[in-house]
Design a protein. Structure first.
Length: 471
């Protein structure tokens, strides 16, 4: 086993262990206990292992481009250092190929197998057991694979004009699976185009909820007193309902409401005990940081649009051979520019995930702590893998980095289309600016109203038609 193989195995094992703890934090434990059915619990554990593998691949796809950029800068700064001799272009190129392979494997085979495996019961008349479920799942997955490959073959024959697009299914690995993954990657890039601008604007709201605002923008004393009063009122209703047999109260609903209010009160007390440094510096610095990162991202994309109009070298391209790292920096600002690229890539990925789970279409996929069923975990793993595997193409298409796509990531046909790349950059810049201006203008208006106390003013009462006629 070569050194590169050992390093890849060690990195993937670390990611797998981390993803196992993440999924364990969200999974529903009743789905994996053998109280009701030992067979179902074993099937769910197998499917959970496949989900952990897929999530590890997704996390590896997120770290792929930042790791490559950092490796290039490290080799450029310390070319003859003994302790980094293991870091080479062949290692980075091998990581790109492995991520591409495992992404195909997870999206095309493992995740459909995990879903059908949990839903299967075995063929009618066959002996019950795990192997009966495996047989049924394999047959269903085979039929689904033939259907998808047939659709891909027809689509490639219609779209493509060359003879290679009309060939038989013999060249499956070299042509049709990369073509299928190209379609999935295009879908992921389009999904990033929709989720990232929305997530960039939502990040301000999420950060405002996590951090303590200055007293000028938030009156915690009033919120805390109202919450304590509400908690005491609900507590009195619960005690009166237990003491009297004449009151017909929904005690379970009242207890859930009481626990929710008490949790809110404890969070407000923690925020109220924040230091003046956290209150007066943390929130403004965080907002300025988010605004700076968002503004830099939009400026880079706008500059890349001008480059696309003037220079053909700005088009994203791929490298099939081993990458020669440590030769030249991929930023005109050197190591500082490379570090900024890494920060922007992580920021855009976090924003896309926030925008994905905040959108009305996918808000039901949001996992819940210790209460997420297995089917929802599978859906989350597939969604995160689609988003993360498209992140390198997304970052290179927008010009966030100049690091060329390695391996099969650069073989996508649509990357060479100038109109697609140009319209994609224009769409991202326009949507991000629109969402940001809309969200910031609303936030500034709301904070000004709250700061000047206008929200306490009585609102004008409009006369409405009474619902019940008076006697």
């Amino acid at each position: 086993m070569g050194l590169s193989t050992q390093i890849c195995a060690l990195l993937f094992a670390s990611l797998y262990i981390l993803c196992h703890f993440i999924i364990t934090h969200f999974k529903k434990h009743t789905d994996f206990t053998a109280v009701h059915d030992d067979e179902d619990a074993a099937v769910n554990r197998i499917a959970l292992g496949l989900c952990t593998f897929t999530l590890a691949v997704a996390l590896g796809a997120v770290l792929l481009l930042p790791f490559s950029i950092i490796s290039n800068e490290v080799l450029l700064s310390f070319p003859h250092n003994y302790y980094i001799q293991w870091l080479s272009g062949s290692l980075v190129h091998g990581l790109w190929n492995l991520i591409f392979l495992f992404s195909n494997l997870s999206l095309v085979f493992l995740m459909p197998f995990a879903y059908f495996f949990t839903e299967s019961e075995g063929f009618a008349g066959s002996k019950k057991g795990i192997m009966a479920r495996v047989y049924e799942t394999s047959v269903v997955l085979l039929l689904l694979t033939l259907l998808v490959l047939g659709m891909v073959w027809v689509a490639s024959a219609i779209v493509g004009n060359d003879a290679a697009s009309r060939q038989s299914l013999y060249d499956l690995w070299e042509y049709y699976l990369p073509y299928l993954y190209s379609c999935i990657s295009l879908f992921g890039v389009l999904l990033l185009l929709l989720c990232t601008p929305f997530g960039l604007s939502t990040m301000f709201t999420v950060t405002g909820k996590l951090l303590v605002k200055p007293r000028l923008l938030e009156d915690l004393d009033e919120q805390l007193s109202c919450t304590r009063f509400e908690e005491a009122a609900v507590s009195r209703r619960i005690r009166s309902g237990k003491a009297s047999c004449w009151l017909n109260l929904d005690m379970e609903l009242l207890q859930e409401q009481f626990f929710a209010i008490r949790s809110k009160r404890r969070k407000l007390e923690l925020r109220h005990r924040a230091s003046p440094w956290q209150r007066n510096l943390g929130y403004p610095l965080a907002m300025l940081g988010l605004l700076a990162l968002t503004g830099i991202s939009v400026l880079i994309v706008c500059f890349h649009v001008l480059e696309l109009l003037l220079d053909d070298a700005a088009m994203p391209r791929g490298i099939q051979q081993d990458a020669s790292l440590g030769q030249v920096s991929f930023s005109i600002f050197g190591s500082f520019g490379a570090a900024l690229q890494v920060v922007l890539i992580f920021y855009l990925m976090v924003s896309s995930v926030v925008g994905f789970y905040s959108s009305p279409l996918f808000t039901r996929l949001l996992p819940e702590r210790q209460d997420t069923p297995l089917t929802k975990i599978i859906g989350n793993c597939v969604s995160l893998l689609v988003l993360s595997s498209a992140l390198p193409v997304f970052s290179r298409t927008l010009g966030i980095t100049r690091f060329d796509l390695l391996g099969d990531f650069g073989r996508f046909n649509w990357l060479g289309n100038f109109y697609i790349v140009f319209l994609y950059n224009m769409g991202f810049a326009g949507l991000t600016t629109l969402c940001l201006v809309k969200r910031v203008s609303w936030a500034v208006q709301a904070e000004l109203i709250r700061a000047f106390g206008l929200h306490r003013l009585p609102l004008p009462v409009t006369c409405r038609r009474p619902l019940v006629k008076s006697c």
